[in-house]
Structures are given as C-alpha cells and as structure tokens.
Design a protein around this ligand. Sequence first.
Ligand code: ATP
Ligand code: MG
Length: 410
Amino acid sequence: MRMSKTFVKTLRNAPSDETAANGALLTRAGYIHKEMAGVYDYLPLGIKVIENIKNIIRDELNKIDCQEVLMSTLQNPEPWEKTGRFSDQEVDIWFKTELAAGGELGLAPTHEEPITNMLKTYVKSYKDLPLYVYQFQTKFKNELRAKSGIMRGREFLMKDLYSFHTTEEDLDKFYAKVEQAYANIFNRLGLGDVTYETFASGGIFSKYSHEYQTILPVGEDTIYYNGDKSLVFNKEVFEDDVLAEFGAKKEEFEETRAAEVGNIFKLKFKYSEPLELNYVDENNETKTVYMGCYGIGVSRVMGVIAERFADEKGLVWPESVAPYKYYMVAIGEAGTKLAEEIYAKHADEILFDDRAARPGEKFADSELMGIPHRIVISDKTLADGAVEISDRATGETKMVKTIDLEGIFL
Ligand code: ATP
Ligand code: MG
C-alpha cells in the first residue's frame, strides 16, 4: 500500500471518550474508527490484521477437518425459545428487533441454537457423524459496559466452532484436538507464552469448561496460576474443594489479571436434547447427538495483541498478524528510484511511505503503526551500496547490502 493513495492517517489524539489503550492506539495509528461505545469500524490496515488472525485460525481448524460456514445474524426466536434462551431473564445481552410485518427477531450473540437446528436437516444417521462446523461472524451483545476498546464490543467478531458426535469418547477425543489446535493458534498469534488454558465453570453437563486467558494488567478476569503454570483457575472456580480435586492448595497460587481470548465447552446434550438433534445408530435406535462448542474472540485478540506489545512509541505487531511486514521510507533521488523498484516487486509486503513529508514524521508514523521492519533507502547509505533495516520490537538497526536485499523478501 502507498501511503499517498490511502485515506488512512495517523492521528495526534484519540477520541476523548476512548479510555482503553488498545482503542486509543489503534485509532491513532489508523486501524480502527470509533462509531460509539463498543462499536468500531475497521479501516484498511485493521482489516488486514483481522484477516491475518482469521487465516491462522482457519488454517489450524481446517487441519483438524473443520468445515467453514457463514450463518445468519438475524435470529428466528423459535429454536431459542425451545432452549429458554430467547428470554431476556436467561440471556441479558440480547439485541432484539421487529419485523415490519410484525414479529420479534434477535441479533445473534452466539449460534448454538441455529446451528443445532440447521443440522437437523443434514444429520440423520451415525454415518453422518462426527461433524465439525465453524464460522467467522459478527456477533451482537448489549453489554452494559463497553470501555475496553475492541476487547469488549457491542458488535464484535467471533470464531465459533461446534462439534457433533455419537459418543462422549468421540467428543473427548475431538476436544483434545481442539486444545492442541488452540495452542498452535495462540503460538502463531504471538501470544503462546502468555496465554493459558484455564479451568472455568462448566454448566449443567460438565463440571468445568476451559477458557484461554492472556495475562494482561487491564484484562477483565482474575486468574490464579501455580509455579509452573500447569494449573490455572478462573476466580469463579478458585475454591478449596475444587483445588483439592487437583491435589493443590490456594497458597501455591499467584493472582493476576487476564483477558479471555477463547473458551471451549463440552455441551453434551445441552442444546441437542431440547432441539431434538438425533441420529439413528447401527441398531436402528434413535439417540441424541453429543455436542461441543469452541470460541475465539477475533477482534478481542487484535485488541489484546495491541495492548500486550505496545510501547511508548506505539503499536508493535508480531510478524504473523502485522498488516505489512515492511515500512519503507525513501530519502533522495537515488533512494526513491530504488524504493520504487523494490515496491513494484513486493507491494504485498510493503507499506510504502511515499508522502511528501519529513523523514522524521515518517519514522514516527512507522513506529506508531507498529510495522515489524522499517527499510530506509537513502542516497547517503546507497553511496555505500547499502540500505538500513530496523526492527520495531527490538529497535536494532542493521545495514543490508543492496545486492542482498532480494534475500530478505524471500
Ligand atoms: P466474556 O466472559 O468476556 O463476557 P463470554 O464468555 O460470554 O465472554 P462467548 O460468548 O462464549 O464469551 O464468546 C467467545 C469468545 O468471544 C470469548 O472467549 C471472547 O474472547 C470473545 N468475546 C465475548 N464477548 C465479547 C465482546 N463483547 N467483545 C469482544 N469479544 C468478545
Ligand atoms: Mg467468559
């Protein structure tokens, strides 16, 4: 992308009501625009980060045979009424709307009911199972408070995966595969060493669920971890009797704040029973389908990464999610000529700051935007046959001979 050709501009100030660091930084760096509390627009650079996060998730889920769909946001109340979840007393974050012809609709905060209902059309026999279906979709939640930037939206992007099985053992087996896939995903997102699988409260059909919690001072959750971080509990289940089950004691744990970036649940019959998602087994007997569900907050992950790695100069993206790998600045005539040649070949990887602005201004923007590597091509360094490449995260700068330059793009 050429900076001269985009409307994206860095801003000196974020909106005065933007209290979260991720929201303020992402706004100032030109990734998002705030519509109102908890509601954000994603600008060209912002979409690129979102797409990079989605592609990492997609890649790991496809490896374990998951199939992607895109379900509707508008919700027919019927299946939700069968599980009792259309009620505002049961689910207190619904956005609801009316049809012009009369009748209430909901805007989906999650999709257990519609996907269970949809699969009644396709799942008839044990031969149709197991099945793993996921989507990336905009969800709506009428959150009471939305002060955490894109980490808590009233409209936000979630990946939700649902699995369907004939037996509990098969559900357990797939659950373990998702745990591995999630470990891979958070590693690739650059959050692996600060994200822990955490015991949280389960529900009717299983004692515990798991959350993926990223250590973050401004996170909304409180978690407790032991010395080697092999046991991590959400505050809601950090009780003596729970710990006793794991042979642990409260005094072995440290407390910290964290942000929930994902969660996984063994739902078993929670939704398949009331919605009658059944199959016929080998003996022609009708049985209820076992289910699991697995979420990742895609837009929250972007906010958490922004928040987690930022420094006093601005954002610092891990390479795997950065909108561009390189930020290129040219100084002088020969510098500009070479920069144009490089850009012609590697436009996909480069944010080319070709604006008529002072180099100092460009350097500051490259730091605010958090692009992993900055290439400065100037007449002065070209005299030595070299360009300067610096690393945003470490601040290290090195000179690379122009004859070696092609190598860095490989
Ligand atoms: P939370 O405990 O943070 O309110 P939740 O447990 O209700 O979230 P789910 O509805 O199960 O979350 O959503 C799955 C994932 O989507 C969560 O783990 C989180 O990462 C993300 N998420 C949930 N609510 C929001 C929100 N309002 N804004 C952004 N991301 C969210
Ligand atoms: Mg939660």
